[in-house]
Design a protein around this ligand. Structure first.
Ligand code: SAM
Length: 326
């Protein structure tokens, strides 16, 4: 078990396996696109597996695969089944936009993946196209259904409500939980990066969302066994739960247990801090496991106490979310 300088136990590694995405969500990717990493700048599966193996000896138990869009990568089931075989790894999950899920869900299930987070900001066909600039919502809905049929549970649908863009669907998203076991989670729109779209008036706080939902029915708090950034509630007698992830108004820095690994091989102790530690160069110079351990420990040691974000101004990060790993 390893703790950072603020006595937080770090047992969760969030790994971006690619910076490429087949969607270009208006709030995530700038209109002019982003400069992608060259193929050989991106960590190989073998490198990722080696890092996880060493991280597991330091107490990392939980892995999330993200991107970019992780389902764009070939042989993802190979990576997942390899991670599943690493001693000490207890939980592995995937964050995806769901567009390629229908054709991949079966193999993912076979590889041992159990949990899926699907990012979906609207149920409206045209709006989906507007937000993603390119996607077809039918692909995502088909993917979710297929995953459910195959027994993935829980399926968490993550929505980022943005005023004037999709906030009129907040209640519709929440109502899904009444007759379905899907988890719906609302994530506060985070003010970072050079975004054409972001401005304080587009941001909607968790409190505002909760107030709107309480107008539909009572929200009962739900005790979750596992810790995580979301706080969960349920409409009375509903099958599914509603989660709120509030990085701005109810930040979870005090309980943050995560370290990130970017697709170009950098440990990133905090999403909102530019500080990164280069593990790829060490690996490619032939370092031993002790050196990987040292760099892991260093990354954990320098994890900042708190991100200091607020909803008044956007912070500039060199890397967009799709490059860091959302
Ligand atoms: N392609 C995968 C997906 O769509 O889930 C993984 C990468 S994507 C960058 C991960 C998540 O980041 C998505 O749920 C997206 O909504 C979220 N995201 C991107 N920019 C955000 C922002 N400014 N505020 C809140 N969430 C954001």
């Amino acid at each position: 078990m390893i703790s950072d300088s603020y006595q937080r136990v770090i047992d969760y590694l969030r790994i971006s396996i690619t910076d490429r995405c087949n969607l270009r969500c208006v709030y995530c990717v700038p209109n002019k696109g982003i400069q992608l990493f060259e193929h050989d700048e991106v960590l190989t599966y073998e490198e990722i597996i080696r890092i996880i193996r060493v991280a597991s000896t330091l107490g990392v138990k939980k892995i999330r695969i993200t991107g970019g869009e992780p389902l764009l990568k070939k042989d993802l089931p190979f990576l997942i089944s390899s991670i599943n075989r690493i001693n000490g790894i207890e939980d592995i999950s995937l964050t995806t936009n769901g567009t390629l899920l229908k054709k991949n869900a079966h193999e993912l299930k076979e590889s041992g993946l159990k949990r899926l987070n699907i990012s979906l900001d609207t149920f409206k066909t045209h709006r989906f196209r507007d937000i993603t600039r390119t996607g077809n919502i039918v692909d995502v809905l088909d993917g979710i259904e297929k995953a459910e049929r195959l027994g993935f549970y829980p399926i968490k649908i993550n929505m980022v409500p943005i005023r004037g863009i999709n906030d009129d669907e907040i209640e519709d998203f929440a109502r899904i939980t009444i007759n379905s076991r899907r988890h719906i989670r609302f994530i506060e729109y985070m003010p970072f990066g050079k975004r054409e779209l972001w401005s304080p008036d587009k941001y909607i706080s968790t409190q505002e969302i909760m107030d709107r939902l309480k107008a539909i029915a009572e929200l009962e708090p739900v005790k979750e066994r596992k810790t995580g950034p979301a706080r969960y509630y349920r409409f009375k007698d509903a099958e599914g739960v509603i989660g709120f992830i509030s990085p701005i108004t109810h930040h979870f820095c005090n309980h943050c247990n995560r370290l990130r690994l970017t697709s170009n091989g950098m440990f990133r102790p905090c999403l909102f801090s530019e500080t990164e530690i280069d593990i790829k160069s060490a690996l490619r110079k032939g370092c031993d496991d002790e050196e990987i351990k040292r760099l892991l420990k260093l990354s954990i040691e320098i994890k900042p106490k708190c991100h200091g974000l607020n909803h008044q101004r956007s912070i500039e990060l060199f890397k967009p979310m799709s490059k860091i790993g959302g």
